[in-house]
Ligand binder design. Structure first.
Ligand SMILES: C[S@@+](CC[C@H](N)C(=O)[O-])C[C@H]1O[C@@H](n2cnc3c(N)ncnc32)[C@H](O)[C@@H]1O
Length: 205
């Protein structure tokens, strides 16, 4: 299987090499919550890591499922929920095969796409579409990390893999998702000065 494995991520957690982790919920999640565009509903957070966003959503009244296939992430997300006194379901599963019993109203996708080798993006795009009910939403933070190895030599570099907006449009096509017009909010990351995320809200047709 191309790209990182759960063992790769487990080692990152064990060695505390978790540069992606903000140590708190993303400011973009708070912006979406404050604006009212993201309202309490049944929501899934794929690749939830330590669960900061899961906790924030649960605290805000959402029915949340946090999804991650790495043991350390699952344990830490569960511990965080317990510590914060919030109720959320943390499921240990691969996002490429996870099949919920019922569809979700929304997905909060924060840098899970960029953790997957592009070889798996088509499958992941299909998964996202299958999880969300018609009229539901995908709140996505697409990692922007252009590297010269990619543009000059065609190397596939990551994680994080650069989530080019053209590729995102191809994976999540207009036939299945309503895209609002750009510009999209640019979300900086304190630990990744050479990259940023683009915050995009899509609606499932
Ligand atoms: C870059 S981290 C992002 C964590 C979290 N979303 C955040 O922003 O702090 C990627 C997470 O996705 C998880 N992950 C990667 N591939 C996965 C897969 N195929 N299925 C489930 N989880 C996966 C990893 O275990 C890791 O916790």
């Amino acid at each position: 299987m191309a790209g990182p494995t759960t063992e790769f991520w487990q080692e990152r957690f064990e060695k505390m090499e978790t540069g992606w982790d903000r140590g708190g919920a993303s400011p973009q999640l708070l912006t979406w919550l404050d604006s009212g565009v993201l309202q309490p509903c049944r929501i899934v957070v794929p690749g939830c890591g330590r669960g900061w966003e899961v906790v924030e959503l649960a605290r805000s009244g959402f029915d949340v499922v946090g999804l991650d296939y790495t043991q350390a992430a699952v344990e830490q997300a569960r511990a965080r929920c317990e510590q914060e006194g919030v109720k959320a379901e943390i499921v240990q599963a691969d996002v490429l095969s996870y099949a919920p019993a019922q569809p979700f109203d929304a997905v909060y996708e924060q840098t899970c796409m960029c953790a997957l080798h592009p070889e798996h993006w088509v499958s992941y795009g299909r998964q996202l579409a299958s999880w969300v009910r018609p009229g539901g939403s995908l709140f996505a933070l697409f990692m922007q990390m252009v590297r010269t190895g990619a543009t000059e030599e065609g190397l596939i570099q990551g994680p994080p893999y650069h989530c080019d907006i053209n590729a995102m449009r191809a994976l999540l096509p207009e036939a299945s998702w309503v895209w609002l017009r750009p510009p999209y909010a640019k979300v900086p990351h304190p630990n990744l000065p050479s990259g940023h995320e683009l915050a995009v809200h899509l609606v499932r047709r």
